[in-house]
Design a protein around this ligand. Structure first.
Ligand code: DP6
Length: 351
């Protein structure tokens, strides 16, 4: 006799990607970060996920996984593996059958990592199913529920835990701030200007990365500079919290660029060393620096674990940035591709 009464049902969520300003790079234990990180939640780059669930009679947990309308058995296997690792918190997963369909707003070959949006969408769906099966009300207005979603997303992909909050999120223990290693929290006391930020993702390369983020985190274990890097990140989280409070867009941009380069510096001094930036990345960084010093416009860049430039600026300079970007940066992008994103309001229910 099953402990759970499982009816058939459907849940569906849209969840955004995020860009870290202070980066998570290095982890331990069960997906616990070595340092705190702070991110902007995006909006245009997102995953839509629909899950039909019901009682399992025979067969496997993830019956079907469709990505952009095409069956992807390899993705189904990955999600089955992930769900089997979290039956300690969702015991009903052993009794359920899931049929999942998912889609990204950004093309698969855009060089954009989809793990933050997809794993946070999956976590939202799983926690809502959990609430339905246990007959408990579900609302994103409840911080405890958000923390459970964030914690579940973290187990799928560390950066995903920050995607569940609007605007800005903080994740990872910090001596001077109320934070947690197991889930992210919304970052409070942030000047309004940061809610207006644009992130134009300039596609320098759409090739698959040569070293995955998961492998990159692993290489931090023997990186001789790891301890100094973790301390640097903690110090930058303190500095950034203050910058965000004050609304200092210049200090914000300078810190974002320094962090992006520290992240890639860690890759270059791993054993074996590796390089994820491309000549086009460096060329674009130089163009951003030249434009900034000549115009005084507060436009800066960040990078995630790849070659693409995230162009960061407040909306008050959007018009002037757009004409320069389209004239100077767009020709440097693969097929002129730029994903124009902006700070967003977090996940959205689809059904
Ligand atoms: C450079 O979250 O993709 O984007 O936890 O192994 O899934 P896993 O790694 P992932 O790493 C993200 C690294 C980063 C920085 C960041 O988002 O903080």
């Amino acid at each position: 006799m099953s402990l759970y009464h499982i009816d058939q049902g459907r849940v569906a969520w849209r969840s955004p990607s995020n860009i870290a300003i202070v980066k998570y790079w290095g982890k331990h234990g069960r997906q616990l970060p070595r340092n705190a990180s702070i991110s902007l939640t995006l909006s245009a780059a997102h995953t839509d996920m629909y899950i039909d669930y019901g009682p399992r009679v025979v067969g496997r947990m993830v019956e079907d996984f469709q990505f952009a309308g095409t069956a992807k058995p390899a993705f189904a296997d990955k999600i089955e593996l992930f769900c089997n690792r979290i039956t300690d918190r969702f015991g009903w997963l052993d009794k359920v059958s899931l049929s999942i369909s998912s889609n990204n707003s950004f093309p698969h070959s855009s060089g954009i990592a989809s793990s933050a949006s997809s794993m946070s969408a999956l976590a939202l769906c799983l926690v809502e199913i959990d609430r339905k099966i246990n007959d408990v009300p579900f609302s994103l207005d409840d911080l405890e529920t958000l923390c459970l979603i964030s914690d579940t997303a973290r187990l799928g992909s560390g950066s995903a835990c920050r995607s569940v909050y609007p605007q800005l999120a903080i994740w990872g223990h910090h001596d001077d701030l109320p934070t947690s290693d197991v889930h992210a929290l919304p970052l409070e006391h942030v000047h309004d200007v940061f809610g207006t930020y644009h992130d134009d993702i300039c596609i320098i390369s759409d090739r698959e990365k040569s070293v995955s983020s998961t492998a990159g985190h692993q290489l931090m274990v023997d990186n001789p500079y790891a301890a100094a890097r973790y301390q640097q990140a903690q110090d930058r989280v303190s500095a950034l919290a203050d910058i965000l409070r004050r609304g200092d867009v210049v200090a914000f941009g300078e810190l974002a660029e320094a962090e992006a380069l520290s992240l890639h510096g860690m890759m270059m001094c791993s054993a074996p060393p590796y390089l994820l930036i491309e000549p086009g990345t460096v060329e674009m960084i130089r163009a951003i620096h030249a434009y900034r010093s000549q115009s005084g416009v507060p436009v800066y860049f960040s990078l995630d674990a790849g070659p693409n430039i995230h162009l960061l600026y407040p909306t008050e300079v959007a018009d002037v940035v757009a004409s320069w970007r389209d004239e100077v940066l767009r020709p440097m992008c693969i097929d002129g591709r730029i994903i124009q994103d902006q700070v967003g309001s977090g996940p959205q229910r689809l059904a």
